[in-house]
Design a protein around this ligand. Structure first.
Ligand SMILES: [Zn+2]
Length: 255
């Protein structure tokens, strides 16, 4: 753990991605010269299935990406979300392998790019850096297991509430989540009118309000009551495996 003030300050100067901030100083120094900051917009496409994965993207701050699996009927189904607790592209394998899913930016923000070759070289040099990424891969796998179970047995209402909470955890205390009915429908794999009905119910219950292109959370506790516990299960696994890396709602934490 980093306890010395100078070490804390050094971490604070890093990009606001919890995985990058989790690395020890020597490990961060191995990749720091190759990190490039970029600004991503919602709906930016990072990878299509089959594309050669040559870059790792680390979402920072409120940045959020979604792994979508395209289906034969033309619909994309969302599997997991990755924010500043993680990274996408070539985390597990050595580089230049094809992407399996589509990876799209959900919430814009700063993203850090790193060439896979540089990350692989650093992993070869440092067992502790390799360990952090292996642990992250384990957490991501847990997220996928949970998502499979969630999509199979939890209601649209529970999944909607879960999704909004998981988005809020990255907005640092803001109650405004930039999400349209259309986007909600896509991520739930339902029609637009169904998604609108769910939002309407939550509005009538005083849980949410809507604004153009956004959802405003009026009652967090009520929203939590309506969510399934999938997010909590994943968070607990993160806490066991990579303590402090999963974002929480506490404003300013790690900011
Ligand atoms: Zn669930």
């Amino acid at each position: 753990m980093l306890t010395r003030p100078d070490a804390a300050a050094e971490v604070h100067d890093r990009p606001f991605n919890n995985l990058l901030r989790r690395l020890n100083r020597a490990d961060f120094a191995l990749i720091a010269p190759y990190l490039a900051m970029t600004q991503a917009q919602p709906n930016d496409l990072l990878y299509n299935p089959g594309a050669a994965v040559e870059t790792v993207y680390f979402p920072c701050g409120p940045g959020l990406v979604s792994y979508l699996v395209p289906n034969e009927d033309g619909r994309d189904v969302e599997t997991i979300l990755v924010g500043r607790e993680g990274a996408v592209g070539g985390i597990v394998s050595q580089g230049y392998l094809p992407a399996y899913t589509r990876i799209v930016v959900k919430f814009g923000g700063p993203f850090v790019r790193l060439a896979i070759g540089k990350l692989d070289a650093a992993k070869t040099q440092s067992p502790s850096l390799r360990n952090v990424f292996a642990r992250y891969a384990d957490c991501m796998l847990a997220q996928m297991f949970q998502s499979t179970a969630c999509n199979a047995i939890h209601s649209i209402e529970q999944r909607t509430a879960k999704w909004i909470i998981s988005a809020m955890e990255r907005t640092d205390g803001s109650d405004v989540v930039p999400l349209t009915h259309e986007q909600l429908a896509t991520l739930l794999g339902v029609g637009r009118s169904y998604a609108s009905r769910v939002i309407q119910t939550f509005k009538l219950e005083g849980v949410l309000q809507t604004r153009r292109g956004a959802i405003v959370v009026r009652d967090r506790d009520a929203l939590k009551m309506r969510a399934c516990l999938c997010n909590e299960s994943v968070k607990n696994h993160f806490e066991d495996v990579l303590r402090g890396v999963y974002p929480t709602e506490e404003p300013g934490r790690g900011a």
